[in-house]
Ligand binder design. Structure first.
Ligand code: 13P
Length: 320
């Protein structure tokens, strides 16, 4: 059943985290919905601005409408990830999304506030919610000065002001993660001290963790054993860190890289074992199964398994 993103976030807040899965093709969408059905977990399906221009919004959104009919038992919401102002407005107009992310964090603070506010006004008028971002999703290095780290990570005081002035519904925070397979170097991990400060100022307000892939070393090793050349320093956010973050207001965890790593491993291993084959369906079937298994296990870890049909308890404070 298609639900509003904000309703899913409010239901989960403080109890479990919503897996928000970046998908881009039919096999991933089947795998995602099968995994969610298997775990009986609600999910957020998300398309980036970039994947929309690669695949065509109508094609992607059409696949979601199809999945809604094929997997009626799955509770899900559809979200635009990393939109600019133009793609947010396009997604709002399409009527296919219940939330958009306006990614204006690369602008100076005031410009981020103004841009986000414009998108919030349009989105709220259409009845959909907005995720905004404050801070930069860049890797933190051990040898960075404190002021260089500060320039990247979300400032807790600014976060409070930003939410008040923009009226956004959820906030992506920069606490040391980055996108992709190489998130951490040296002794760096998630900066829980920073997250705790943000949470203190924004108690009850939904926080979002981008760069939530675990980047399992086993996947990286299998890809490399099948002809890949990924750097084995690749590393992601451990599931224990994700679980700990739920207690500090993280309620949506974005996961894209892990799905692409599984895709790469499945296809590399398949064609290594069967060099005479050139059909897409055989590895495609393996990928759908492997991705479904991954999604079900991730939902289980994040605490969403068995929550299909859950609705927000009346006591949960309204966001925004
Ligand atoms: P990963 O690169 O960790 O999968 O993060 C995805 C993401 O944050 C998309 O917005």
């Amino acid at each position: 059943m298609r639900l509003a993103t904000l309703e899913l976030l409010r239901t989960a807040y403080g109890r479990y985290a919503m897996g928000a899965f970046n998908v881009s093709n039919m096999e991933q969408i089947h795998g995602l919905f099968r995994g969610a059905a298997r775990a009986r977990s609600p999910i957020i399906v998300q398309f980036t601005r970039v994947i929309r221009s690669y695949g065509n919004p109508a094609m992607l959104e059409g696949m979601i409408r199809a999945a809604e009919g094929i997997y009626p038992e799955v509770d899900f919401a559809v979200h635009l990830d990393h939109g600019d102002e133009e793609s947010c407005l396009d997604a709002i107009r399409s009527g296919q999304y219940s939330s958009v992310m306006i990614d204006a964090s690369h602008f100076p603070f005031e410009q981020n506030v103004e841009t986000t506010r414009r998108v919030v006004d349009k989105a709220h008028a259409a009845g959909i919610s907005v995720e905004a971002e404050l801070g930069l999703l860049k890797g933190i290095e051990d040898d960075m000065t404190v002021s260089a780290q500060d320039a990247i990570m979300t400032d807790p005081d600014q976060a409070e002001e930003f939410v008040r002035r923009t009226d956004c519904d959820s906030l992506a925070v920069a606490i040391g993660t980055s996108h992709g397979a190489y998130k951490f170097s040296g002794r760096q991990r998630l900066h829980f001290d920073r997250l705790e400060e943000i949470h203190k100022r924004l108690a009850g307000f939904p926080l979002v963790l981008h760069g939530g892939s675990a980047v399992p070393i086993r996947e990286v090793e299998r890809i490399n054993a099948a002809g890949g050349a990924l750097d084995i320093s690749a590393s992601g956010v451990s599931e224990d860190e994700l679980i700990r973050a739920i207690g500090f207001g993280i309620v949506k965890v974005n996961i894209g890289t892990d799905g692409r790593l599984i895709w790469t491993r499945v296809h590399r291993e398949f064609f290594r074992e069967k060099p005479n084959e050139f059909d897409f369906m055989s590895p495609g079937r393996i990928y759908m199964d492997a991705y479904a298994e991954f999604v079900a296990a991730k939902c289980e870890k994040l605490g969403g398994a068995g929550r299909t049909g859950s609705r927000a308890p009346a006591s949960v404070p309204a966001a925004g």
